[in-house]
Ligand binder design. Structure first.
Ligand code: PRX
Length: 634
């Protein structure tokens, strides 16, 4: 079984060893899994191309490690505990044995529909067990899953389907979310008319059973295809470096990139980090509130917990339905031991008032986790005292879609904690800070750009279909380093505090958003000539989206125009990308070479117009005053 560190002293020893002998360390971790064939070489790497291979030549199937391996020892234990949106609806439980059977049946259905090793399958589904089952079914047969968060628009979905050339799309009919019913399949229907020619089958899971018509012969019902299948499906033999999944994420430029993760390294790292960060013990009930549409759900709802033989709770609903006590009601109901959520959810619940936390027995909680964005001190304190009652340590887990797993975090209850500090690197992780010239910042009490100087097993291997883009984005900024895009501070004790993105990526409610992507969407409005989008501090969302827009001619009713912009963004990307504020301007501050001075726009958006620095070298310094005067307050 995966090594579990038991004290901070042990962590220090293990860490030291993992840096002195990374290959020996990771080979030892990897040997705790089931391999059909042992790897030839633990690690091969260079960050120039980049070329990173872990456990190459090793043969395995990740689902044998998530499922088959547990059947003898814990076949009857609950693997997935499903809490539906409506509190009165029955809880669903899948034991490891049942999950194994469900995955095999679904895998056989995929095969019967012509999906095989290496084919891409897109998921556009709410948080229902069939999403996890479908993802595992792909892994079972060596198909590559590409889960698209079901809040994205038809256009965004189509872009991702086309980029990955998916052969199949799996969706639900509807989604019950809070008091709303969301027509999920309708979005897929629209996407199918946007050039998704690679798609041969659309498999529709009947979730709510609302009215649904099948537009053409490609559409099939999940139950028709899956129910009659055999519950035995031999797992496909995969190389450790074969692709496991693609997950799209926003960067500072252009379209979202398909981050590629591979089978062996992702398996070893997610299991190891899960066991250690959350200090998961046999029999514990673990709950991560993320959506499987994001990396957190991939690594720490599905793979990490199942690899570790855990009981993972999946929640269909939202934190405020039927009321703002729902998270705590679920924790009490299922006696949750590890609870993992995002600062934005904590702040939103905090804003609803303490009364919603009262009257629940939260004594089962042993570890509280935070992920996705910096957690401010106030939210940290509230989480620690109100929810954890001062007894449950907080693990502030820093990582990214590209890192596959948690890289910097406390180990629940073992490591020293400091509000707003992610803390120390996990074993095997070698972070460093550099200045903008790439010079290494040695010692403690320094602030700079966060990089990694050595590979770890679950790091991205490429961006789908465009390796050069991967190199440019992550490996070109600083020689022989992976650049995270984040700024960070190392305090006097060597603990890391993540400050936030230093590129044009903003983090809205824990959702990563490229400003260029939002600008491109806004520019689709026929009256918009140019736009610039920046983030600004937002009390609940962490960052809000502030858009400056240049229009051609009069817009008439400004409110109606703003609504049109929101509609365009919703259509192009989805409601999560809607700007919070839209300021109409006659120009954008630009340098003489035509580059937008975002620094000025960020300052104005944050409400601070006091010291904008020297603007005299701008091409158009006069617009700065206009922008300041027209700045939108809260
Ligand atoms: O800026 C960091 C922030 O989220 C970014 C990664 O976003 P994404 O790929 O969507 O993955 C989110 C879930 C892992 C990072 O570059 N971030 C993530 N976790 C933290 C964080 N910022 C501060 N503290 C964290 N714990």
């Amino acid at each position: 079984m995966t090594l579990q560190i038991k004290s901070f002293d042990e962590y220090k020893d293990v860490y030291k060893r993992s840096v002195e002998d990374p290959e020996g360390f990771w080979a030892e971790q990897a040997s705790t899994f089931t391999w059909r064939r042992k790897w030839d070489k633990t690690l091969e790497w260079n960050f120039r191309e980049p070329n990173v291979k872990w456990f190459a030549g090793g043969k395995l199937n990740i689902t044998e490690n998530c499922l088959d391996r547990h059947l003898d020892t814990r076949g009857g234990q609950v693997a997935i505990l499903f809490e539906p949106n409506r509190p009165e609806a029955p809880v669903q439980k899948y034991t490891y044995k049942e999950l194994h059977a469900a995955v095999c049946k679904t895998a056989n259905a995929l095969k019967a529909n012509g999906v095989g090793k290496g084919d891409r399958v897109c998921f556009y589904m709410p948080m229902v067990p069939e999403l996890a089952i479908g993802v595992l079914a792909c892994a079972r047969i060596g198909a590559v899953h590409s889960v698209v968060f079901a809040g994205f628009s038809a256009q965004a979905l189509a872009d991702r389907i086309i980029d990955a050339q998916c052969k199949m799309v799996i969706c639900s009919d509807y989604n019950d979310r809070g008091a709303k019913s969301i027509p999920v399949k309708e979005v897929v229907d629209q996407a199918m008319n946007m050039g998704c020619e690679s798609v041969e089958t659309v498999l529709v899971h009947k979730n709510t059973g609302g009215p649904a018509d099948m537009p053409d012969a490609r559409y099939k019902w999940w139950h028709d295809e899956v129910d009659g299948q055999s519950a035995i499906c031999e797992a496909e033999e995969m190389d450790a470096e074969d692709m496991l999944f693609i997950l799209y994420t926003s960067g500072s430029t252009g379209k979202p990139k398909g981050v590629v993760h591979t089978c062996g390294g992702f398996m070893v790292y997610t299991a190891y980090s899960f066991k250690n960060v959350f200090q998961y013990q046999d029999g514990d009930i673990y709950w991560c509130t993320a959506d499987i549409g994001w990396i957190t759900g991939h690594s720490y709802i599905v793979y990490g917990p199942l690899l570790a033989g855990a009981t993972t709770l999946m929640f269909e609903g939202v934190p405020t339905y039927p009321d703002a006590g729902r998270f705590w009601a679920v924790c009490e109901k299922h006696k949750v031991n590890q609870f993992y959520t995002a600062p934005t959810a904590i702040r939103a619940l905090m804003a609803q008032g303490d009364k919603w936390t009262e009257g629940y027995d939260l004594s089962s909680i042993k570890v509280l986790g935070s992920v996705g964005e910096p957690i401010n001190e106030e939210a940290w304190e509230w989480y620690y005292h109100r929810i954890g009652k001062g007894n449950a340590p907080i693990v502030d887990t820093w990582w990214q879609t590209e890192t596959g797993g948690i890289l910097i975090s406390g180990l629940g209850g073992l490591s020293p904690m400091k509000p707003a500090h992610a803390g120390y690197p996990l074993p095997g992780i070698q972070p460093c800070l550099v200045d903008s010239n790439g010079a290494l910042l040695e010692g403690n009490d320094v602030e700079g750009l966060l990089c990694m100087k050595f590979p770890w097993p679950s790091m991205l291997r490429t961006t789908y279909g465009d390796h050069e883009r991967c190199r440019q984005t992550y490996f070109a900024a600083f020689q022989d380093m992976y650049f995270t895009g984040d700024g960070a501070r190392r305090d006097k004790n060597g603990m890391y505090r993540i400050i936030g993105r230093v590129d044009d990526v903003i983090n809205v409610s824990g959702h990563r958003m490229g400003t260029a992507e939002v600008e491109n969407a806004i520019n689709e409005h026929p009256k918009v000539i140019e736009s610039a989008v920046v983030g600004y501090p937002h009390e609940i969302k962490g960052q809000g989206i502030y858009a400056y827009v240049i229009v051609s001619g009069p817009v008439g009713d400004e409110e109606a125009f703003r609504k049109e912009i929101l509609a365009v963004v919703t259509k192009e990307i989805g409601p999560i990308a809607k700007p919070d504020k839209i300021q109409i301007v006659s120009g954008l501050p630009k340098t003489r070479s035509g580059k937008i001075m975002r620094r000025i726009l960020r300052k104005v958006a944050s409400g601070d117009t006091s010291n904008l620095g020297d603007v005299s070298t701008l091409l158009n310094p006069e617009v700065v005053d206009e922008i300041k005067t027209g700045a939108l307050a809260d």
